[in-house]
Write a protein of this length. Structure first.
Lengths: 444, 293
């Protein structure tokens, strides 16, 4: 027994020593202009983006261009589009200290710990050293920042989230576009009475429902509420918290979401809206190619429009402030940062915006004009123009803010609250105690 | 009895697989046990916290207990479908003169389909909007009142995710039990029938005692598989809605890879290992006592 104990202790010591070795190897994250010779080699980017999407296609092309002048260089793109699987992969690699040169992450508490440990290059300094910092939309950079304002991720997209709606269905039910968030429950009741599904939602992926919990507090207190809530400094039991809990409960009571939504996926929800069964659908500009071009079902094409997040009475944020994410960001591994990585990023980040805007998407920078595709409906340009008229505050998706355990629990409890399986009181006490238990570990 | 030298050679040949088993099975279990005394998120420093994880698991974690009882419910449904169904079908098969091969193959089919395909298949079967097979059937036979979103209803979701797992392996266990039933000596059965035994008596007094060793193995296999069930619930509902279909295994997985709480996840996995060992022990004791009685 004694021997066994000694072996275990030895193993523990070895493990600790190994992890210490790994951690100590990081180069300084603030030195963004490493000197020395550029030695071409293969570098990897672990990312969570659609395999055939614009970002990957453009970066592949840029890497090939770069390799022409730098024989031996190649960019290995390893994508895991499914976000939960990606996060698991990232966290496991981070735990093994095996992160590649470039990797995607949101500004999560976990990423913040990586940054604090000096494992990521300071992106603000990097972008400034490449003379591209000022070309970025402030909102696109702000989305990537940690609470203290530091920036460690580089955005490759810029999206706006709208509530898309079907004019004909609203008319049939005799309801107008909501002026306030508080109008939505009554609107749902009227739509249900007319036999229409009010809102199509992808319940399986959970983040779409989590958007809704963020809306009321963002209108009542701006971005501050979630910043305080995640640390336990604000509570669901507070006035702003109770407002959103009661609102969500009333959305559920008015049967706003399609029946059995929790087991329905992304394409199920989209089909419900584009086939004219559901009246509303909350999604971002990344879906413009399917909602504002001739790919959209002709039966609903002329009826589809969108509105931005409604305000509330006494709203702290303006109508032109809502969810405008710049997508998952790219972090640069400090340990493997060398003249080659720096030089490639300089090459790629300068050329990327033009290529990206040509695909019809909104660039995270303001120095290029997005090309409206030839098959677009007038709605396409209307949506793009909204990017020029944004306020300074933005609603952050809560899944990038909360610690992972609280986030998982919140996603679960939201479904129960909206389905009427728990009361607002139960929801409040469960969530407040979950935050109290888990937040301190991440926000010490 | 083997001569000494050849016994030694047998041991020599047994050693490599034993070492492999030790490295692949025992070592990770010991490592989990070790990690369960620490607080560690993968990138932080490992902090020794003694029994705090165990204390939290047993006294301060409502999701753990919820998952535990869900896992027992899941196990019960799987066992009834797998063992009950298998025994029933195998008994019927023995009295079939023709077509037994075809039926056997049909029952075995689900066991060879990939889990992901089964999960997606059943998500469609349970769907309400668009109407899936189950709700459509209920509608046709006049039980329209029972139509519901089976996977979104907290009262039905556990049974709904257990059924595919049960259905999937019924064929496999049926095959094992059928083979055992075929081995029951015909002359014993004929003698019993001559003595006036009913079909039920024939089954309880002759057939079942004869297949008991196989039955014990099957029960142990089905129970340990049931306790380790993970993929179908994870793929179909991811434990939801709420924690209604959360099992210990899915909860452990989320704790490790979503919450990055590797220490606490190890604590849960240690519990699962012990739970499986206890279950196997209980089965052996119960069935042995029955055999002795």
């Amino acid at each position: 027994m004694k021997k066994l104990f000694r072996t275990a202790a030895l193993a523990a010591a070895a493990a600790l020593a190994l992890s210490a070795c790994g951690g100590g190897a990081a180069s300084s994250p603030t030195n963004v202009s490493p000197t020395g010779e550029i030695k071409p080699r293969e570098i990897s980017w672990l990312l969570s983006r659609p395999a055939d999407g614009a970002v990957i296609n453009i970066m592949k092309k840029l890497a090939a261009d770069y390799a022409k002048d730098h024989p031996g260089f190649s960019l290995n793109l390893i994508t895991t589009p499914d976000r939960p699987s990606y996060i698991q992969k990232l966290e496991t690699l981070a735990a093994a200290n095996k992160l590649p040169e470039l990797f995607d992450t949101d500004a999560t508490p976990f990423a913040r710990q990586l940054a604090q440990q000096g494992k990521m290059v300071d992106a603000e300094k990097l972008l400034k050293s490449l003379n591209v910092y000022d070309s970025y939309r402030p909102g696109a950079l702000d989305y990537q920042r940690f609470d203290d304002g530091s920036l460690y991720m580089i955005p490759f997209q810029f999206e706006l989230e709208f509530i898309w709606y079907n004019k004909a269905l609203l008319q049939k039910a005799g309801v107008a576009v909501p002026k306030s968030l508080d109008d939505i429950p009554a609107m749902c009741t009227a739509l249900r009475q007319a036999g229409i599904t009010p809102i199509a939602i992808d319940g399986q992926d959970q983040w779409p429902l989590e958007r809704y919990v963020a809306y009321q507090p963002f209108r009542a207190q701006g971005p501050d509420f979630i910043q305080k809530l995640k640390k336990g400094d604000a509570k669901f039991a507070d006035a702003a918290g109770q407002k959103t809990v009661q609102w969500l409960s009333s959305l559920g009571k008015a049967k706003c979401f399609q029946d059995g939504f929790s087991a329905q996926g992304y394409s199920d929800a989209q089909n419900q809206f584009t086939s004219g069964q559901a009246a509303m659908y909350n999604i971002g500009t990344w879906e413009l190619p399917s909602l504002a071009t001739d790919k959209l079902n002709p039966a609903v094409r002329n009826d589809v429009d969108f509105f931005t997040l409604p305000t509330t009475a006494g709203s702290a944020t303006a109508a032109n402030e809502y969810v405008s994410p710049s997508g998952i960001g790219m972090a640069v591994n400090a340990k493997t940062y060398d003249p080659l990585v720096a030089d490639f990023l300089k090459f790629a980040l300068n050329k990327y915006p033009t290529e990206y805007a040509a695909t019809g998407a909104l660039s995270p920078t303001t120095n290029v004009q997005t090309t409206v595709p030839a098959n677009a409906t007038p709605l396409y340009k209307k949506a793009l123009d909204k990017a020029n008229d944004l306020g300074t505050k933005q609603a952050m998706p809560w899944d990038t803010q909360l610690d992972p355990t609280t986030n998982t629990r919140l996603q679960q409890e939201l479904v129960l609250l909206v389905q009427g399986n728990t009361t607002p009181e139960q929801f409040t006490s469960t969530m407040d105690s979950t935050i109290a238990q888990n937040a301190p570990k991440f926000f010490k | 009895m083997l001569p000494t030298r050849s016994r030694l050679s047998v041991l020599v040949f047994l050693l490599p697989p034993l070492l492999l088993y030790g490295a692949a099975v025992l070592f990770p279990i010991l490592q989990s046990l070790f990690l369960s005394f620490f607080s560690w998120n993968g990138i932080s420093d490992m902090e020794f916290i003694g029994l705090a994880n165990y204390l939290r698991m047993f006294t301060g974690d409502d999701v753990f207990w919820r998952s535990f009882f869900n896992a027992l419910g899941y196990l019960a449904i799987c066992l009834i479908l797998q063992l009950g169904g298998a025994l029933f079908v195998a008994s019927l098969l023995t009295s079939l003169r023709r077509g037994a091969e075809l039926i056997k193959t049909l029952y075995l089919l689900p066991a060879v389909i990939s889990t992901v395909a089964i999960a997606f298949l059943f998500v469609r079967i349970y769907s309400i909007d668009p109407v899936g097979l189950l709700n459509q059937l209920l509608h046709w036979i006049g039980l329209g009142d029972l139509e519901r979103a089976w996977l979104s209803d907290v009262n039905t979701v556990l049974a709904a995710v257990s059924a595919p797992e049960g259905w999937r392996f019924t064929g496999l266990y049926m095959l094992i039990i059928y083979a055992a039933l075929l081995a029951v000596p015909k002359e014993l059965e004929e003698a019993a029938i001559l003595d006036g035994a009913s079909r039920w008596q024939l089954f309880t007094k002759i057939r079942f005692p004869f297949i008991r060793p196989v039955w014990i193995t099957t029960v142990i296999m089905a129970t340990t598989y049931g306790l380790r069930g993970f993929d179908i619930p994870y793929l179909m509902t991811n434990g939801g809605p709420g924690q209604s279909s959360e099992l210990l295994t899915t909860y452990m997985y989320k704790t490790a890879f979503t919450s990055t709480d590797f220490g606490y996840a190890s604590t849960i996995s240690v519990f699962i290992v012990i739970e499986c060992l206890v279950a196997v022990g209980l089965i052996l004791v119960m069935l042995k006592r029955k055999a002795d009685a």
